[in-house]
Design a protein around this ligand. Structure first.
Ligand code: GLU
Length: 488
């Protein structure tokens, strides 16, 4: 055994700080549940002034997806989950990609074999890594060190299995689920190193979390049932056990976990559907974490300030798209006009191609009325082309408007608009208000027909003044003349 090498590995481990890691497998997309895990992991680190580490778990070579690691980097960056250590930024305990650490796991497996907590298994059955293997019947469990070494020297392929004690109980503690104890006889001698020499998740997570000095292991509750085996590994090596924080799943409904395969949206899907990142992050944070009180809108620094593991819930959280919509609308309303114009512009331009129409001006009409960005284009169809419409749109009780009064108003307004010295909100409004005054009618009776004539539809973002201004004088007059023809 190269004792020095192990000592050197130990010496690299940073001490005296909170260290958390997000350890995604590169699947090509970010599950809502994964995003939430990343967020809680980041929050624990930031709340405690510690380090947030990114580790890529890519040992399952059959599931590799092209470009999948980029999705992880991009998502973390967009969401503001900055990492202190990781494949791209380096750090004291790298490499941070498991396949680049492959040489290391075998050495720790050897150490564990030496300590008596693991053994080589040469059985044919080992081909099937997933199969639970009865420890009492596995003949390799009782091979002597010499017999085992001889088989290796003969070139026989093998896996390394954990040697779980036959009797006794293993107890472990989870910060959310409390203390859990399991009878060892119910635990299988799981595979630690596969025939291809790569570790299973079950081994790599323990070795890496230890060598990276991880103090809080935050992950999905699907790993809860394996945690006693991980504790036995830590104990076998003589290593400290980190704090476990297992998060209950994010569900689509009472009975089903969210799943991309069943059509539930991933983080990228939500963004493509017109949700904005800070709203998604805020909403996802509150799926299963209660900061206490009624307040719901929190910035990332505010969350980091108050985050407490003990506010995390044991019960599964249900993802509610309507609730996300509410968060999204709230975030949109709170943006500055410039920020909103920037995110809305591509959606505006997908409906409004006419370069004379100012996208920023259209954005200003939309900001208070938009819940999800993807709904923007359908609201704007009338800017590029006047829709087909019937004269019944001019009839509106509340404005005391009908086809006859509309014709009268439009014929009166046309020359006034034509003669306005400037075409801005103030003059357009002033012109309409004066007509209403001189006719002794409410403003609405003038504005209704002007807006209908300009937009050709009943529901529009913005009123007569803004729509006329944005369309420009010529186009407004052209549309008003068309209305007059229709009404005659
Ligand atoms: N690679 C595992 C996953 O994506 C990570 C589990 C963990 O955080 O330990 O599910």
């Amino acid at each position: 055994m190269e004792l020095n090498w192990y000592d050197e590995m130990e010496a690299r481990i940073p001490k005296g700080e909170v260290r958390t890691r997000f350890a995604p497998s590169p699947t090509g997309y970010m599950h809502v549940g994964n995003l939430r895990t990343a967020l809680y992991t980041w929050l624990i680190a930031r709340h405690n002034g510690g380090k947030f580490i990114l580790r890529i778990e890519d040992t399952d070579q059959s599931r590799l997806v092209e470009g999948a690691v980029d999705v992880i980097y991009r998502t973390l960056k967009d969401c503001g989950l900055d990492h202190d250590e990781g494949p791209d930024v380096g750090g004291p305990v790298g490499p941070y990609i498991q396949t680049e650490r492959r040489g290391l796991y075998g050495k720790y497996a050897e150490l564990l074999i030496e300590k008596g907590h693991a053994y080589r298994c040469f059985c044919e059955k080992c081909e099937d890594e997933g199969e639970a293997f009865e420890k009492k019947v596995d003949p390799c469990r009782s091979l002597s060190a010499e017999e085992s070494a001889k088989a290796v020297s003969e070139g026989k392929p093998y896996v390394v299995r954990q040697r779980i004690p036959e009797d006794g109980v293993t107890v472990f503690r989870d910060e959310i689920f409390g203390e859990i104890s399991v009878e060892n006889k119910t635990l299988d001698d799981q595979v630690l190193i596969k025939r291809d020499g790569l570790p299973t998740y079950n081994f790599a997570n323990v070795v890496d979390d230890h060598l990276m000095g991880i103090t809080h292991v935050v992950r999905g509750s699907e790993y809860l049932s394996s945690s006693p085996k991980y504790n036995l590994l830590y104990e076998g090596f003589g290593w400290d056990i980190p704090k476990y924080v297992h998060c209950s799943p994010v569900m689509r409904d009472q009975h089903n976990k969210m799943s991309k395969r069943h059509g539930d949206p991933s983080y990228e899907d939500l963004i493509a559907q017109g949700y904005i990142t800070p709203a998604v992050v805020n909403y996802v944070a509150l799926l299963g974490w209660s900061p206490g009180g009624e307040r719901e809108i929190y910035s990332m620094p505010e969350m980091a300030e108050i985050f407490d593991i003990h506010g995390l819930s044991k019960s599964p959280a249900i993802f509610d798209i309507e609730k996300l919509r509410y968060f999204n609308a709230e975030y949109i309303r709170r943006m500055s006009a410039e920020e909103f114009a920037a995110v809305a512009e591509p959606y505006i331009r997908s409906a409004v191609k006419n370069p004379d129409i100012d996208a920023g001006a259209v954005a200003a009409l939309l900001q208070q009325r938009t819940e999800v960005l993807s709904e923007i284009p359908e609201k704007l169809d009338f800017f590029d082309a006047l829709p087909e419409y019937g004269t019944e749109l001019f009839v509106h009780k509340k404005s005391k408007s009908d086809t006859e009064s509309s014709l009268y108003v439009l014929e009166k307004m046309l020359p006034v608009f034509e003669a306005l010295p400037v075409w801005d909100d103030e003059s357009i409004l002033g012109a309409m208000v004066s007509l209403a005054e001189s006719e002794g009618v409410k403003n609405a009776k003038v504005m209704w027909p002007v807006r209908i004539a300009a937009a050709g539809k009943a529901v529009t973002p913005g009123g007569a003044v803004e729509i006329c201004r944005i369309l420009g004088r010529d186009e407004t007059l052209r549309r008003m003349r068309i209305a007059v023809e229709k009404l005659k």
